[in-house]
Unconditional design. Structure first.
Length: 249
């Protein structure tokens, strides 16, 4: 955790990259940082499965992620990971992007993590090796309150993946609303922080317009994870679209 800001720091606004999955925790972190005068989110950073061009675990197509970035009016940087890669491949693929940020004067990466200490420690150690700092704007907040605040503030999301070892398959494809929360087993975290489910946010306060899509088939993968396929629908191009992310030659 960063120390309290000095007088000089309070007069500065630090550029921040947000680690972005397209799910509710990412959007809550973005909204929280928007209220902190010390920071300004300038880019979104997402890792994608190189083979399938989808967000890892969430299974959301690249085109829907790009549509989110357009509606959020933020540039999106993509890092592609091999389908069967581990931490070493992740760190190697991410390293060149982090070096670009450092060269551009961006020293902070924000995450939507909530309470898993080992994941936070890994992120901080990885960033520390390249001279960067991690921000965790939602850290330690009660997840039941966060989930209800997300809904009350006007965000709209659909559950795109359910771990069938912890939830019934029918939870995939449901709207993330008060009915969804009420139906969760007591062993499941309301924000799915333990990987019980993943979401795709398609509207809310930071968006300039809803992200259009339609729900498709529901598919079981790896004999465990139930996915609801989302199909993008056409939308008007946004003039601020500045998608980047291809690795330079």
């Amino acid at each position: 955790m960063e120390p309290p800001p000095t007088t000089q720091q309070r007069q500065e606004t630090h550029p921040v990259v947000l680690s972005f999955s397209g799910g509710k925790d990412s959007l809550m972190a973005l909204a929280r940082l928007a209220t902190d005068p010390r920071y300004r989110v300038v880019r979104l950073l997402t890792t994608l499965n190189e083979t399938y061009q989808r967000v890892a675990m969430h299974g959301v197509q690249r085109s829907l992620l790009e549509a989110q970035a357009r509606s959020l009016d933020l540039p999106l940087d993509l890092v592609f990971l091999p389908a069967q890669g581990g931490n070493a491949e992740y760190e190697a693929a991410l390293g060149w992007r982090l070096a670009e940020y450092r060269a551009a004067g961006i020293n902070r990466v924000a995450f939507g993590d909530l309470f898993l200490e080992d994941i936070r420690r890994y992120r901080e150690e990885h960033l520390g090796r390249v001279g960067m700092t991690g921000l965790f704007p939602l850290w330690g907040e009660p997840t039941d309150l966060l989930a209800r605040r997300f809904i009350a503030e006007g965000f709209r999301a659909v559950v795109v993946c359910a771990d069938t070892e912890q939830l019934e398959p029918a939870f995939a494809g449901r709207e993330f609303d008060t009915g969804f929360l009420a139906a969760l087993p007591p062993t499941v975290d309301p924000c799915g922080e333990n990987g019980e489910f993943h979401s795709f946010v398609y509207d809310g306060p930071p968006f300039t317009h809803p992200v259009p899509f339609r729900k498709g088939e529901s598919v079981l993968r790896d004999q465990r994870f139930q996915y609801c396929e989302l199909h993008p629908l056409p939308s008007k191009p946004h003039p601020s679209d500045s998608l980047i992310g291809e690795k330079p030659p």
